[in-house]
Design a protein around this ligand. Structure first.
Ligand code: PHB
Length: 399
């Protein structure tokens, strides 16, 4: 049951208004609730849409800890897979990055789709306010002491007065867009390809993920469970999913995998198929008076390395801690340093994702880059120091 938020024309109050019911917004709402701070979450889409979105599925140990702290880990602890390592394949060679021995911890495979469902269930069971299908959401007056947010729902206008606004509404959301251009710096780097992803009820080719630099382009074999695969191939960003009937996808994937994986590949009908562009994007700072950006609203990383969700969750936890310090102890410093401390972590992940993308994707007509990729992949395969760099970044534990 969703709590009644407000009647038309009435102004209600919340300590924190959270724009966006993705993992960042929902986790923030849950952590604040557990600390006795009240929030209202405004989401443009329907609950069905939000709960069905297929996204990444590799969780750093720190993300798992945060989901436990948020008391939403029950299903994850039952269903998730623990991966001690992953494989990078490159034509003639292949290397396993042993996360546990090189960086001291495994990663956890559990879909963002499930995390979103778990968080929504937890918020609603605690009577948390989530307004789905909130239209025309506008953050207002956040440079002063009395921020507010207006929106429309079912044709009626609403207003929420608050202390703080958290913009967790993704890259195309209103939160970043409402910041004056002169107050924000944008850093962006795009590549001319995307990932075509397929979800299928077929067993994964192996126990662990395989990132493969094929001569015809990059491919990734990931999974959601022992019976459900999530696989990707690099495609031109101009392609559309309709150009990729299932048979074409599986044939292309097979050609880009190492021989043993290609032979083990079991195909089946796609449950979901979509193309995601690959780009790096960072907005600085992440705070504008009483408006704080978190997750994709502030930064996008290419999916190579699975950092996006983990960064979003880390932002939400940092913001929750800063707000808790403010409400409990009157401390301003954690709020003042929120942006700076997040951006350090963000740039580290941007660097890693950009580097891992460059190492494993095909850049057209660039024979020199291809030779450098192979030399570096062989170096990683041969050097414990080089594979430790990969492992530390992959699990997100870098000092
Ligand atoms: C996924 O399972 O969807 C996935 C895994 C690893 C990545 C990106 C996506 O690097």
């Amino acid at each position: 049951m969703t709590r009644r938020v407000c009647d038309a024309g009435e102004v209600v109050r919340a300590q924190v208004v959270i724009i966006g019911a993705g993992p960042a917004g929902l986790l923030l709402s849950q952590l604040l609730h557990l600390a006795g701070i009240d929030t209202i979450v405004l989401e443009r889409r329907s609950r069905t849409y939000v709960e069905a979105r297929v996204r990444a599925g590799v969780l750093e140990p720190g993300t798992v800890e945060l989901l436990k702290r948020a008391e939403v880990s029950q299903r994850m602890e039952r269903d998730a897979l623990t991966h001690d390592g992953f494989r990078i394949a490159f034509g003639s060679g292949s290397t396993r990055i042993d996360l546990r021995s090189l960086a001291g911890a495994p990663v956890t495979v559990y879909g963002q789709t499930e995390i979103t469902q778990d968080l929504i269930a937890a918020r609603l069971s605690l009577n948390g306010a989530i307004v789905f299908e909130a239209e025309e959401v506008v953050p207002l007056d956040f440079s002063g002491a009395k921020p507010r947010v207006t929106y429309r729902k079912d044709g009626r206008s609403h207003e929420i007065a608050c202390d703080f606004i958290a913009g967790c509404d993704g890259s195309h959301g209103v939160s970043r867009a409402c910041v004056p251009a002169e107050a924000i710096s944008l850093y962006e780097h795009a590549v001319p390809f995307g990932w075509l992803g397929v979800l299928s009820d077929t067993p994964p080719v192996g126990h662990e993920l395989i990132y493969s630099r094929g001569e015809r382009g990059f491919a990734l074999c990931s999974m959601r469970s022992p019976a459900r695969s999530r696989t990707y191939v690099q495609v031109p960003v101009s392609d559309s999913p309709e150009q990729w009937p299932d048979q074409r996808f599986w044939d292309e994937l097979r050609r880009r995998l190492p021989k043993d994986a290609a032979e083990a590949l079991i195909t089946g009908p796609s449950l979901e198929k979509s193309i995601a562009p690959l780009r790096s994007f960072v907005a600085e700072p992440m705070r504008f008076g009483g408006l704080f950006l978190a997750g994709d609203a502030a930064h996008i990383v290419p999916p190579t390395g699975a950092k996006g969700l983990n960064l979003a969750v880390s932002d939400a936890a940092s913001l929750a801690d800063a707000l808790i310090a403010h409400y409990r102890h009157g401390e301003r410093r954690p709020l003042d340093t929120y942006s700076e401390s997040c951006l350090k972590r963000v740039w580290r992940a941007v660097r890693f994702s950009w580097w891992f993308t460059g190492l494993t994707h095909r850049f057209d007509e660039d024979a020199f880059t291809a030779k450098l990729q192979l030399a570096e992949l062989e170096y990683i395969a041969a050097s414990r120091a080089a594979s430790t760099m990969v492992a530390e970044n992959y699990i997100g534990r870098v000092k």
